[in-house]
Design a protein around this ligand. Structure first.
Ligand code: ATP
Length: 344
């Protein structure tokens, strides 16, 4: 059922989203000696831990963080490829995480996904013409064959792929061209929301900017909304309207892109930003994070970032910080920022 929505309501809303991957380890590995007793514990990877987030219509919401912080899991949950362990996903005012396969079908047209590896969405045994026509025929059953062909040709041209190459197979293209074709496949069904999971990470640096620009043009021309997953902050700076910084499956900071780059507040965001090469002289000193990212199997109590944070106190060990709104509108989950121990 539709929530009460206004025109300004977010297109996507995540409420307390959680994903645990249960580990079916051997019985002996699950048995632990605790409080003088032998107990059996179900062990799980806590990939996403209670994320609240919205994507507004027409924006490019970037999700960043180190490898393993849960970025792809968020993308796959939103796309319906994974089921949440807890929490809710709302799209255009309706809850979607509880829908069955059939009920999700109309949404499949509105919401498309672009992966890091374009082979994931291109069948190697289909010519690209067949691969692109298939979703159009499926989602627009009233179109004639000629209309389907015209629609595909128009999208191919818009992503810089010559329609006369339609009889070729995916392996006959370069990595950059293949990603253009995968983007075309997503665009052929006229989506309104595109989830892009590291779409340029596997490409040559010289090609990356071309694909990013292509995705930005598609956004402007088609009024798309993006959920854009990346580990690369220079990509965020170029592409993002807003940025969500994740650490161990938890939201640390959510901010306008310009605000985050000018004034990152969470100690983790500061460390990430300090590692981005800048042209300006006033680049902050590179903050080296101590230690390794903890395992998401043994989640620490309190703030997930405490073991690597220079500002951590007893409170940080005991109490998980909630995201609090800052005067510039950003949300930051950090006791040190809240207590004024870091200039915000
Ligand atoms: N199917 C699965 N089963 C068990 N653990 C998983 C599964 N998928 C992901 N994980 C774990 O969940 C955590 C988050 O993974 P995820 O792929 O979402 O991170 P990420 O930030 O996208 O990392 P990367 O940039 O390396 O892809 C990691 O610890 C990962 O090992």
């Amino acid at each position: 059922m539709k929530d009460a929505i206004t025109q300004d309501a977010p297109l996507l809303k995540l409420k307390g989203l959680e994903k645990r991957f249960e580990l079916d380890k051997g019985l002996l590995e699950q048995i632990k000696f605790k409080n003088g007793k032998l107990t059996r514990e179900a062990r799980a990877v806590h990939a996403v831990n209670g994320i609240n987030l919205t994507a507004n219509r027409g924006e490019a919401l970037c999700v960043v963080g180190e490898s393993g912080c849960g970025k792809s899991t968020v993308a796959r949950l939103v796309a319906g490829l994974l089921t949440p362990s807890a929490g809710e996903i709302h799209y255009d005012g309706s809850r979607i995480d509880t829908l069955g396969r059939r009920e999700l079908l109309p949404l499949r047209k509105k919401m498309q996904m672009v992966f890091q590896n374009p082979y994931s969405s291109l069948n190697p045994r289909m010519t690209i013409q067949q691969a692109l026509e298939e979703p159009v025929s499926h989602h627009f059953p009233k179109l004639s064959r000629a209309e389907v062909r015209d629609k595909v040709a128009e999208v191919m041209r818009s992503v810089g792929v010559d329609p006369s190459w339609g009889k070729r197979y995916p392996h006959e293209f370069s990595g950059g061209q293949r990603q253009r074709i995968a983007i075309a496949r997503a665009l052929t069904v006229d989506p309104e929301f595109v989830i892009a999971d590291e779409p340029i990470s596997a490409l040559d640096v010289s090609i990356q900017a071309q694909i990013l620009n292509l995705m930005l043009e598609a956004k402007d021309e088609r009024g798309l909304t993006y959920l854009f997953i990346t580990h690369d902050l220079s990509v965020v700076q170029h592409f993002g309207t807003r940025v969500a910084v994740l650490y161990l499956g938890t939201l640390c900071e959510l901010s306008d892109t310009a605000t985050l780059f000018e004034n990152p507040k969470h100690p983790y965001s500061r460390a990430l930003l300090s590692a981005v090469p800048q042209l300006k002289d006033d680049k902050p000193n590179h903050i080296r994070l101590k230690g390794e990212i903890p395992t998401p199997i043994e989640m620490p109590q309190g703030c997930p970032f405490q073991s690597r944070c220079a500002f951590a106190t007893n409170r940080c060990q005991a109490e998980k910080p909630r995201p609090l709104q800052q005067p510039d509108g950003s949300l930051v989950a950090c006791h040190a920022v809240e207590e004024g121990r870091i200039d915000a």
